[in-house]
Design a protein around this ligand. Sequence first.
Ligand code: HGY
Ligand code: MN
Ligand code: MN
Length: 410
Amino acid sequence: MTTATTFNHKAQWVMDCCEALGKVSQSPAYVDRRYLSQEHKQANALVATWMQDANMRTWEDGVGNLWGRFESDSANAKSLLMGSHLDTVVNGGKYDGMLGVVAPIAVVKYFHEQGIKLPFHIDIVGFCDEEGTRFGSTLLGSRALTGKWQNEWANLIDADGVSLRDAMQSFGLNFDAVNACAIKGEDILAYLEMHIEQGPVLEAQNLPTGIVTGIAGAKRMLFNVQGMAGHAGTVPMNSRQDALAGASEMILAVEKVAQSNNIVATVGNIANHPNAVNVISGNTQFSVDIRSIDDKQRDVCVASLFAMCQEIAEKRNLVLTINETHAAPAVKCDSALMLQLEAATKLAQIKPFNLVSGAGHDAMAMADICPVAMLFTRCEKGISHHPKEAIETPDVAATLAVLYHFIRNF
Ligand code: HGY
Ligand code: MN
Ligand code: MN
């Protein structure tokens, strides 16, 4: 009977790999690995050696994704595609993304060691930019695979003013050649992504793994509030056009709309100008990330938020402009794959449990070309996008056992 204990040793290997990847960061103090950086190159090279040790052929595609293939002997074999992202948020955890790349390598390594051959290839992809940390976008690596690469992304710029086009060139890639990375859906049997839950549900259920039913859709926008800078000591309060004060009222409106509609909305990034102690703020920009498993409900909330913020702007004699920077519809996981995950979970002697993903994943992009499924691993207190992100080795072993049975019976 192949259960979690079969994979105890491999689970420790996965944890050690995530630990090693956690050290590949642009900061010595915390995890921070961004798209097209030196750390991206290092991480791809490191993961490629683990894939090669599992008897996988490896390559890097034209957008910077890392690939590994465990070849089938069957002629015209199609691929079961698995993977997740290798980039991180700033000051992130060691498992968000990385677990979903390293865990399948561990199971492939087990197949290789056991001399198990499969009637389909196993392809594992380490996506290069899911978080969008460097350019404020998201899902760039997976959208390149699904033919959704956008020409206007060439002008996305990072905090240093480097454009995506130039950053790709320095990395040895060509922005205009990315469309050649697109893969054909008919070659992919399914896409399965393992990921830490990034929420508290599995811990509350006291379960090591969970089957994802759907992924919440997200919209990201940049709010630009234009006021009038002025002297903090001389401009009377009733004649100010204070951009930061206006933005603050708008940020509370973001929170209010989310709370009163049972969705989630976050202002994570703010820039204030001139940001001086004795100057009334002339311009404030802030990001809004708003999500729901129900796209219609989310868009109704976005509309009411826009109306509330325009009202605040008029009342304060400010000019508000809003630009949408990202939109991904909610995605339902494939019901047949969910049933196969359920059967595999039972074979691993674990109680199956279904849950929604509030976090976004590359599976949202891959759903454009093939059926997708996700398997979650419990994480401590649901903490993620934080250095305290933590998982337990036995839960990784359980995840590997479920994955083993899923593939053996796929
Ligand atoms: O934002 C997200 O949900 C994902 O972690 N990129
Ligand atoms: Mn993340
Ligand atoms: Mn992630």
